[in-house]
Design a protein around this ligand. Sequence first.
Ligand SMILES: Nc1ncnc2c1ncn2[C@@H]1O[C@H](COP(=O)(O)OP(=O)(O)OP(=O)(O)O)[C@@H](O)[C@H]1O
Ligand SMILES: [Mg+2]
Length: 260
Amino acid sequence: MTIELLRVEGLCRNFGGLAALRNVSFSVGKGELVGLIGPNGAGKTTCFNVVSGTMPPSSGKIIFDGKDISGGPPSRVVVSGLARTFQSTSTYPGVSVAENVYRGLLSRVRGTTMARLTGRHEHLIDPGQVDAEVNALLEMFDLQQWRDSAAGSLAYGLQKKLGIAIAMATRPSILLLDEPAAGLNHEECNELGRLLRELQQRQGLTILLVEHHMALVMELCERIVVLVQGEKIAEGTPAEIRENPAVIEAYLGAPDYAHA
Ligand SMILES: Nc1ncnc2c1ncn2[C@@H]1O[C@H](COP(=O)(O)OP(=O)(O)OP(=O)(O)O)[C@@H](O)[C@H]1O
Ligand SMILES: [Mg+2]
């Protein structure tokens, strides 16, 4: 692994009597594309919620870029350079595609000390830069022709792509993606794979990918962490994970994933 960018240490999260995360530890290096996989209910989304500050851990720590970010709040975690998308679409459906990307841009200043002190944040973004930056993101994600359409009126695949564009507008150094391929058709899924690889290789973005689409995970990820019932049961290269008996038994051997 390269220089460490994100480390979760002994992460636990309980919901009443249910232990959704049990002493989970793993790291992500700068520039790496790491997969986080496991069956339904394994704790993947809970892990993202805790890491992004949406909910506090019951115990354990999250170290990002050398700083302890455990417990959020999410607005401050975003400012520190960690962005995430949600398992469902993560757009503002009633406003235009361009406005959605602009709101992503604003998240990068909303949680700053200056925004808290002044109670405002729009003035912290250089207005001369806004249009150029929104346009560049729309172009990168091939969304220009829908810039004035309401996000909620877009086809599902485009809404998912817009969710990633909004997250990228915060200028993250790490992007946490929760099932970006879910609901995409074959062609959209291929396009997503190309896009993620490009973001990683051309822009040096670090990516933590939660996904059930095993062909995509195996093709893209350099390392994979496997969660089952809140516990990390394995970690390794795609080849190691594919052949790991415990992973096959708990996840990959299940009928839905047998093709992977
Ligand atoms: N806010 C919550 N309150 C109570 N229980 C929760 C909450 N969020 C998650 N859980 C429970 O925690 C466990 C882990 O759920 P989580 O959503 O993290 O799984 P997942 O790995 O993302 O699954 P999937 O692949 O289906 O998205 C599940 O048993 C779930 O019901
Ligand atoms: Mg989930």
